[in-house]
Design a protein around this ligand. Structure first.
Ligand code: C5P
Length: 301
C-alpha cells in the first residue's frame, strides 16, 4: 500500500439478540451480559494519511442513509473524533488523517453507530500508521470509549458474533451456524442510553447480577427463535420513549412476529427466514406502519 492510499472500512451496526443487565456497581455502571451480532448494514469510514499537520474530519450522513440525519453535536464529543484523540495521546504522536464518515446508522438507536465508528478509527489508525498496538491495548482503548466498542473492534477483525460480559470488554466468540436475517425498524425516536439505564434502575431487583449463563446458552443454540431472545432494557426504553411501545405493537401486528428492541433502543428488529423474506418484511413493515425499515443480515466472519 502506498503511503497515502485510503483505507475504507465498513463500520457495522450491531444488534443485541440477548441482553441481561445487573444492578449498578459503586461507580453507577451496570454489569451486562449480551449476545451481539454485527450486521451488513452500517456506516462507511475512509481514512487517508495526510502530509499536513492537521487532521480533517468530514462527518455526515450518507446520501443513501435510510433515515436522513444531521450531525448536530460538537466535533469534540463525536466518538470517532475522540477515538482519534485518544490514540494520538496514547502514542504521543500526531496521526494526521483526512477522515470521512458517511453515517447510515441512526443516532440513539441502540445499533452502536457511534461506537462502531470509534472502533473503525482505532482499527484503521493502527493499520494505517503501523502502530502495532497489541490486542490488549486496542481493547483497552475500545472499552474506555464505550461498552459496545470492544465488540465492534472484534467485529471489524472478523469476530462478528460474540458474547460480551463485564462492561462489555470480556468477549467470547459465538460462531453462527447459519446467517441471521432480519428487518431493522428505525422509528423517528432516539433513546439516550444513560436515561434508559436510569429508568432500568427504578425497576430492577437490588443486587441483581447479569445472567451470563442464560445469555451464553442462547448464543450456543444452533438456531435463533423469537421466544429465546430477550432484552432487559426494552421496558426501560419504552418508559423513556413511550411512542416506542406503540411502534413495537404496530410492527408486531403487521408481521405477526415479535419486534425486538436492540440495546437501549429505539431501533427494533424482526427475525426473518432468509434474505428474500427480510426484504419482503421490511417492505411490508413500511407499507403497513409508515416506519422506516431495512433488510440486513449478520456479517460473515
Ligand atoms: O458505554 P456507553 O457509552 O454506551 O454508555 C452510555 C451511558 O450509559 C453511561 O454513561 C452510563 O450512564 C450508562 N451505562 C451503564 N452501564 C453500562 C453501559 C452504559 O450504566 N453497562
Amino acid at each position: 500500500m502506498t503511503a497515502d492510499a485510503p483505507l475504507t472500512l465498513h463500520c457495522p451496526a450491531k444488534v443485541n439478540l440477548a441482553l441481561s443487565i445487573g444492578a449498578p456497581d459503586d461507580t453507577g455502571y451496570h454489569p451486562l451480559a449480551s449476545w451481539m451480532i454485527a450486521l451488513t448494514f452500517g456506516d462507511s469510514l475512509t481514512l487517508r494519511r495526510t502530509d499536513s499537520n492537521e487532521s480533517r474530519f468530514n462527518i455526515g450522513f450518507a446520501d443513501d442513509a435510510p433515515r436522513p440525519g444531521a450531525v448536530d453535536w460538537p466535533l469534540a464529543s463525536d466518538l470517532a473524533y475522540r477515538a482519534h484523540q485518544q490514540l494520538e495521546q496514547a502514542t504521543r504522536r500526531a496521526l494526521p488523517v483526512d477522515l470521512t464518515l458517511a453515517k447510515r446508522i441512526p443516532i440513539g438507536a441502540g445499533l452502536g453507530g457511534g461506537s462502531s465508528d470509534a472502533a473503525g478509527v482505532l482499527v484503521g489508525l493502527n493499520e494505517l500508521f503501523e502502530l502495532n498496538l497489541t490486542d490488549a491495548v486496542l481493547y483497552e482503548h475500545a472499552a474506555a470509549l464505550g461498552s459496545d466498542v470492544p465488540f465492534l473492534v472484534a467485529a471489524l477483525r472478523g469476530t462478528t458474533s460474540a458474547t460480551a460480559t463485564g462492561r462489555g470488554e470480556r468477549l467470547r466468540p459465538a460462531p453462527l451456524h447459519q446467517p441471521i436475517h432480519l428487518a431493522l425498524v428505525l422509528p423517528e425516536l432516539a433513546c439516550a442510553t444513560g436515561a434508559v439505564y436510569k429508568a432500568f434502575d427504578q425497576t430492577m431487583r437490588p443486587g441483581a447480577t447479569a445472567d451470563e449463563a442464560t445469555v451464553r446458552a442462547i448464543a450456543a443454540r444452533s438456531f435463533v427463535t423469537d421466544e429465546a431472545l430477550f432484552n432487559d432494557l426494552a421496558e426501560p426504553a419504552c418508559a423513556v420513549a413511550p411512542e416506542l411501545r406503540d411502534a413495537q405493537r404496530q410492527v408486531a401486528a403487521a408481521t405477526d412476529r415479535r419486534a425486538h428492541v436492540t440495546g437501549s433502543g429505539a431501533a427494533m428488529f424482526v427475525l426473518a427466514d432468509d434474505a428474500h423474506n427480510a426484504h419482503a418484511l421490511a417492505h411490508h413493515i413500511t407499507a403497513r406502519t409508515g416506519l422506516v425499515s431495512v433488510p440486513a443480515q449478520s456479517l460473515s466472519a
